[in-house]
Ligand binder design. Structure first.
Ligand code: 5AD
Ligand code: SF4
Length: 454
């Protein structure tokens, strides 16, 4: 029997996973607002729930099914109606048909390249149809999305999507498609709007953000460094960051920009995944440990205080104790300011999923713990080394205690401090205490109450 559906008036978008998904989630809320829907108040049930899923998190599909089950159980209504459930993001792209078959409560499946068509889908779903759209259309979704509206101190800006690298463990080239750069003019325009509505820091996003390429207003081809240099001229913008980069696409120009563009923050997320050349080759990473370390030397020569961040996978098929030890040694040698670590998990359709010598879960658990201990050591040491520094902090939100604020240092550390400031201020802070995950600081006397220099 078909489920009677409510006509959607309120919505909730739940985003999981990477910052790109957070960006897509924001754009979906803008789209739904433009359709006259409104966000469901915190704690209330919503007429429409969008699960903006991540395929990289462990047991990704299972978690989606349990989220769906929970929504139906908690929010199923007395009159037999249920909220409209839409599954978006990378799980939708990869496993959309299966979701439709297994989860009758799902009324819409929408891929990451198709969510600009959510309004049409919604109209059809509200009439009782079940709709799937996982196309990767040639006309970019960005052209048809509503204009940006947001007010936070920091903002994301997707400049590039997709990936041509085909690391053997990864679904992104399949779920997000080939590398596509958004045009220069559209990005400058979106950045201007973000700054106009209060953003002081913009983080440029892309699966391989440093592969971004475009033509500037004069028609000259430029890379990400050129885009960063032009964004740095926007009045009122104070900080620029970018993520995630692939070692192969770190150009000389981008490295030089780290030394030359003051607004480009001294932080680089540059995943290496493993410290073993044998595993890197099996992962199809197209770099070695040595080429990665040489690259870091060049980046550090351009910007000596740069904070480094990485992604690591433990338990890739065939990873021996020696391979794993080499990864820990690499982490200790580099001294990451932060890092993300993952247990390898096979993704259907990727080459690594059918490789021999899959690693036992208990071995993976143990390696993950040891790897995280190494990352924590490095992170703590990095934070300790910041003590005594005076730096700019961009105020992002209130802290937990009355009068306390939370902001970010140039090195992306969370800094807690007290004082008379406002969200979006750039203030000068002396760093006085350091833990593994955050620092405490004291407003420098001259910075009280003022926005501080950029
Ligand atoms: N298993 C474990 N980790 C993965 N990642 C990507 N695919 C997988 C997988 N199948 C990790 C990589 C990547 C990060 C975003 O997620 O480290 O850099
Ligand atoms: Fe996935 Fe590798 Fe592309 Fe990163 S570079 S998105 S890990 S295929």
């Amino acid at each position: 029997m078909p489920i009677p559906l409510p006509s959607p008036r309120t919505y909730r978008v739940k985003s999981f996973g990477c910052q790109m998904n957070a960006y897509d989630g924001e754009r979906m809320t803008e789209l739904l607002d433009a359709q006259g829907l409104s966000p469901a108040p915190e704690g209330d049930e919503a007429d429409l729930v969008v699960l903006n899923t991540c395929h990289i998190r462990e047991r990704a599909a299972e978690k989606v099914y349990s989220d769906i089950g929970r929504i139906v159980k908690d929010w199923g209504r007395q009159d037999g109606s249920a909220p409209l459930i839409a599954v978006a993001g990378c799980v939708a792209q990869a496993e959309g048909d299966e979701i439709m078959a297994r989860a009758p409560a799902v009324r819409m499946v929408v891929g990451p390249q198709a969510y600009h068509r959510l309004p049409e889908m919604l109209a059809r779903a509200a009439k009782g149809e079940r709709v799937t759209d996982t196309d990767m259309p040639a006309i970019p979704k960005f052209d048809t999305l509503p204009q940006r509206r947001r007010t936070g101190a920091t903002a994301f800006l997707t400049v590039q999507e997709g990936c041509d690298k085909f690391c053997t463990y990864c679904v992104v080239p399949y779920t997000r498609g080939a590398e596509v750069s958004r045009p220069y003019a559209a990005l400058m325009e979106e950045a201007r709007r973000l700054v106009g509505s209060g953003a002081r820091e913009i983080t440029l996003l892309g699966q391989n953000v440093n592969a971004w390429a475009g033509d500037n207003d004069a028609g000259n081809p430029i890379g990400l460094d050129g885009l960063i240099r032009d964004l740095a001229k926007l009045p009122d913008l104070a900080r620029i960051r970018y993520t995630t980069s692939h070692p192969t696409d770190m150009t000389d120009g981008l490295i030089a920009a780290h030394g030359e563009v003051e607004m480009l923050m001294p932080f680089l997320h540059l995943p290496v995944q493993s410290g073993s050349d044998r595993i890197l080759a099996a992962m199809n990473r197209s770099h070695t440990v040595d080429s990665y370390l040489k690259l870091l030397d060049r980046v550090r020569a351009a910007r000596p205080d740069i904070a480094l961040s990485g992604d690591f996978i433990v338990g890739f098929p065939g990873e021996s104790d020696e391979d794993f030890a080499a990864t820990v040694a690499l982490i200790d040698a580099v001294g990451y300011a932060q890092a993300f670590s993952f247990k390898y998990s096979p993704r259907p359709g990727t080459p690594a999923a059918t490789m021999p010598d899959q690693i036992a879960p208990e071995v993976m658990d143990e390696r993950l713990q040891r790897l995280q201990a190494a990352v924590n050591r490095g992170q703590y040491a990095f934070n300790q080394a910041s003590l005594g520094r005076r730096c700019q902090v961009l105020v992002e939100r209130h802290g937990k205690l009355p009068g306390q604020w939370l902001g970010k240092s140039p090195w992306l550390q969370s800094v807690h401090f007290f004082g008379e400031v406002a969200i979006g201020d750039l203030v000068t802070v002396d760093l006085t205490e350091a833990g593994a995950n955050s620092l405490k600081g004291v407003l420098a006397p001259s910075a009280q109450g003022g926005p501080g220099p950029a």
